[in-house]
Design a protein around this ligand. Structure first.
Ligand code: ZN
Length: 253
């Protein structure tokens, strides 16, 4: 198992459990609570007395450090089961809520998360704002946060609220096809409607019966029963009360 080639500084911490007992399928993003460098993070996690670590850290300048190799379980999220399966990332942040991270660190985070996904065959990131979804990995959820496992605000509201943005950008880079909801095609049932079953309403409330409906390549032309209505945009509505639908109608011919 390789580590990220985006790492520019390595200071391995003694604070880890050795090999993971679960394949990497999750990412957990933390805030450092301090705008520190990768070197400072290295010295924080160096003493055994600290009893804490992370796989990767991102400094305020966007540089990326490694403190526990990816193959090993870091001591980061107050949960053995989470840290056995998650790559943990500490990101330099402000010291007070919402623990904002700067743009360079955020950009590096997107790069690093994308790289972790690619190398570990995580095809798509899935986030949920529901804790139960996260900790139970429901619906493919593969991002967890420290606050799920300990009475902490980590990763801070700044990063927490940007998980949607992180997911969208990383998935774009992973080539995940976004399922944009294509609007239902214009329903052809209107063609079958007899003129008397359809009203045309223009402006505030006057109904106009129509003489016919002409369909041409999905465009519906409503011919008004009364002369003199002119060629106008209108709204068609079934007399049964079914939904409004945009229509064009023109003068009786
Ligand atoms: Zn944390």
């Amino acid at each position: 198992m390789a580590n990220s080639s985006l790492v520019s500084y390595t200071k391995l911490s003694p604070n880890h459990s050795g090999k993971r007992n679960h394949a990497i399928d999750t990412i957990t993003i933390h805030c450092v609570v301090g705008q520190c460098s990768v070197e400072t993070l290295g010295s924080i996690f160096a003493p055994e007395s600290r009893q804490a670590s992370c796989n990767y850290g991102i400094g305020y300048d966007g540089r990326i450090g490694m403190y526990v190799e990816e193959k090993n379980r870091s001591w980061c999220t107050s949960s053995a089961s989470n840290d056995h399966r998650a790559v943990t990332i500490e990101v330099a942040s402000d010291m007070t809520s919402p623990y904002a991270v700067n743009d360079k660190a955020f950009a590096a985070l997107i790069d690093l998360v994308t790289d972790i996904c690619k190398r570990n065959k995580i095809k798509k990131l899935v986030w949920s704002t529901n804790k139960s979804d996260r900790v139970n990995h429901k619906n493919g959820c593969n991002l967890t946060v420290h606050r799920d496992y300990a009475n902490k605000s980590c990763p801070g509201d700044y990063l927490y609220e940007r998980h949607d943005e992180i997911v969208a950008e990383v998935n774009k880079r992973l080539g995940v096809k976004t399922t944009t909801s294509t609007p239902e095609p214009f329903k052809p049932y209107l063609v079958k409607v007899t003129a008397s079953a359809l009203n045309i309403r223009r402006g505030a409330g006057t109904n106009y019966n129509v003489a016919g409906v002409i369909r041409n390549k999905g465009v519906y032309t409503i011919v008004a029963e009364k002369a003199g209505q002119g060629s106008k945009k209108g709204w068609g509505k079934l007399k049964s009360g079914a939904g409004w639908i945009s229509l064009d109608f023109c003068e009786k011919r």
